[in-house]
Design a binder for this molecule. Structure first.
Ligand code: ZN
Ligand code: ZN
Length: 453
């Protein structure tokens, strides 16, 4: 041990009674692998031997810098683990709010001893690490500074250090435990029409289900008192089961875009993420959850490929560029020849169409022209005036307008090429597919691909 280190330690001890952590903390950047308390104890021992004086063990209760808080690491960790109770978590992080008074002591200690006021580390850092290590040992979880399952914030002003040293315990008020949301990814199919993706409050009563009548409140005429525009939604079918399986407080549905309420969502389905707030359970049996949702939905909605997802999957489903596959029933005003029909589909295949904002979308909005590519087309003329058309198009392509031309606002269009009016009588989305790479990539999942899927 160099003379400077010993001299600095003597100068620190000369400021008043110190605990080993506070004595060792200014040397925190020396000898990786030691705790500050071990550093402090070694310095104290070395000085006692060098001076041949009696060794006096430290006593956090008398430490003028931390005022006893460095003796409460174990008690705080116990309180955190208790506060998390039966919450299941794999990663955690500990944060500390240190009172300005104690922070000032930490600075004064260095100043009084003639050291750099920033040397070593802060009490806050030591507290986070030492309490964190104990929480890890007690819970078996791993520390994660990026996005932990749970976050515990200690408020040192929230408890009295001397009481804590006496009773070996810390009041739960001094610890704020936050449970971060958990995420389940899947794809949904909507096998019936007139089901919105997310819950849709009644536009007349705002979701209250009541209106003001002559004799006071009565059930809303518009929604029949349900508070909703439609009986159910994909969200309402999926959410309660996921929230319950993860023992959470509430859930939010995030879809990769949405189809019209009157369109079905078939075949490959549409990616979604269900976000569960304050989950006590983070690893539900997703295969069982999937069966449970599908049984309860009785065929109106189906989910597939449920997996545990990361936080980043929310942005992935909301922002990832996706192309769409559609199936449309089309009616023509005039009979169409088979050859003309095939030729028109061929012309649309691979073409870029110009679409003015559809009249149905927003009457107040200034017309914008957008360009979108039609990747692929297929079709079957069932009768001279009826066809089924399948289209794979770039995200944002308006399909009903691609068929009808929207009074010439979409060019080219099926109606325009066939020189007859054409209208979509039923529309289904049959797939939502990432443009450049798939939605479902390994980095967005917390579990392995399912073997039963
Ligand atoms: Zn101390
Ligand atoms: Zn209503």
């Amino acid at each position: 041990m160099g003379m400077t280190t010993l001299e600095n330690a003597r100068a620190l001890l000369a400021t008043g009674p110190l605990c080993n952590s506070c004595l060792g903390r200014p040397f925190a950047d020396r000898s990786f692998g030691l705790t500050n308390a071990e550093r402090g104890r070694a310095l104290r021992t070395t000085i006692a031997l060098a001076d041949d004086t009696d060794y006096e063990p430290d006593d956090p209760e008398t430490c003028w810098v931390c005022e006893g808080y460095c003796g409460t690491f174990d008690a705080i960790a116990d309180t955190i683990v208790d506060a998390l109770g039966d919450v299941h978590f794999e990663t955690y992080q500990v944060g500390t709010q240190v009172s300005p008074l104690v922070e000032e002591n930490d600075r004064l200690l260095r100043e009084d001893a003639g050291l750099d006021p920033e040397v070593g580390e802060s009490l806050k850092r030591e507290m986070n690490r030492e309490v964190g290590r104990r929480v890890g040992a007690k819970s078996g979880a791993e520390v994660d500074f990026d996005r932990p399952d749970v976050l515990a914030v200690i408020d040192l002003d929230g408890f009295d250090s001397f009481e804590a040293l006496e009773s070996d315990s810390v009041t739960s008020h001094a610890v704020d435990v936050q449970i971060n949301p958990a995420f389940v990814y899947g794809r949904y199919r909507k096998l019936e029409r007139d089901i919105p993706q997310t819950e849709w409050p009644c536009r007349e009563c705002g979701g209250s289900g009541v209106q003001l009548g002559d004799d006071g409140e009565e059930p809303c005429d518009y929604c029949g008192g349900s508070g909703y525009m439609y009986d159910t939604s994909v969200e309402q079918v999926v959410r309660p089961h996921v929230v319950e399986a993860m023992d959470g407080d509430e859930g939010t549905f995030h879809g990769a875009g949405r189809e019209d309420v009157d369109a079905r969502m078939l075949e490959e389905g549409r990616p979604f993420v269900l976000e569960v707030k304050r989950p006590r359970e983070r690893t539900p049996d997703v295969a069982a959850l999937e069966s449970e949702i599908n049984e309860a939905a009785e065929g109106a909605v189906e989910v597939e490929g449920l997996r545990l997802a990361t936080y980043e999957m929310v942005e992935r489903v909301k922002e990832h560029d996706a192309s769409k596959h559609y199936r449309a029933d089309v009616e023509f005003s005039d009979p169409v020849e088979e050859d003309d029909f095939e030729t028109a589909l061929e012309e649309l295949r691979g073409t870029t169409v110009e679409q003015d904002t559809p009249q149905r979308v927003d009457h107040r909005r200034a017309a914008l022209t957008r360009e979108r590519t039609v990747y692929d087309t297929e079709g079957e003329l069932r009768e001279p005036t009826q066809a089924e058309v399948r289209i794979h198009g770039e995200g944002g392509l308006y399909i009903k307008e691609l068929i009808s031309s929207d009074e010439g606002r979409t060019v080219p269009s099926l109606a325009g090429l066939l020189e007859t009016d054409a209208v979509v009588t039923a529309l289904d989305v049959t797939g939502v597919e990432g443009e450049h790479e798939p939605f479902e990539m390994k980095m967005y999942f917390r579990d392995e691909p399912r073997s039963d899927a």
